[in-house]
Design a binder for this molecule. Structure first.
Ligand SMILES: Cc1cc2nc3c(=O)[nH]c(=O)nc-3n(C[C@H](O)[C@H](O)[C@H](O)COP(=O)(O)O)c2cc1C
Length: 198
């Protein structure tokens, strides 16, 4: 009996190790993720799991935020009808028709450091970039489509999602399974760097 328990215990340990090792191998390093990230506008139409969305949202909330105020909130969407309703009023977010999900990064000046709208936008934008990187790390595709600062787009997003008046929707980040056509751009330009002084 004891022997069987010991063998079972070590088998479990071995399996846990294998699962962990597999995850580890799959894990991309930070620089690979940063340089592989691209705006993806071609999706297969497949769904995105809630567990992936949870990981993505968690990454969003790990962003730096002035005086740790965290003035952000997020609307996560998986329902086809809501994605289509958003698409109807967003001329530059047509990829939503094939996206499996979307996240709207929202912010509230009243919750930001010194109740500053600028701080609120900066903090939420950083959360947005973390979200885009997490999407890439999970081998999914994503693209930031603008709501802010366009009054008509923000109004549409707020109406569809019943977002309160004081809350600013920054974007609609379309998320989906890659259909394969999008590539990262090389934006490295030496002339944009000033060493020591401008
Ligand atoms: C503030 C902001 C607004 C954007 N708005 C849109 C948009 O409405 N629709 C869209 O397809 N892409 C949008 N983009 C994505 C940009 O077009 C894209 O990031 C840029 O072309 C650089 O390409 P990359 O993301 O592949 O590096 C937006 C990006 C940012 C940062």
């Amino acid at each position: 009996m004891m022997k069987r328990i010991v063998i079972t215990f070590f088998m479990c340990l071995l399996m846990a190790g294998l699962v962990y090792a597999k995850e580890d191998v799959k894990m991309k390093d930070t620089f690979s993720v940063i340089h592989a990230r691209k705006s993806v506008r071609n999706f297969t139409g497949a769904t995105v799991s809630k567990s992936d969305l949870d990981k993505i949202l968690k990454a969003g909330m790990a962003a730096p935020t002035a005086v740790n105020m965290q003035p952000w909130s997020f609307v996560a969407i998986t329902e086809r009808k809501i994605l289509d309703d958003l698409d109807a009023g967003l001329p530059y977010a047509k990829m939503l028709t094939k996206a499996g999900a979307a996240i709207i990064v929202c912010t509230e000046p009243d919750k930001a450091y010194e109740k500053s709208k600028d701080m609120a936008i900066i903090d939420a934008a950083l959360a947005g970039e973390n979200i885009l990187l997490a999407i890439e790390a999970l081998d999914l595709g994503g693209v930031w489509t603008a709501a802010y600062p366009y009054p008509d787009r923000m109004k549409h997003v707020k109406t569809v999602l019943k977002i309160p008046e004081e809350v600013i929707p920054l974007n609609v980040i379309a998320i989906g399974v890659l259909a394969g056509q999008d590539k990262p751009k090389d934006k490295y330009k030496k002339e944009n760097i000033h060493w020591e002084k401008w």
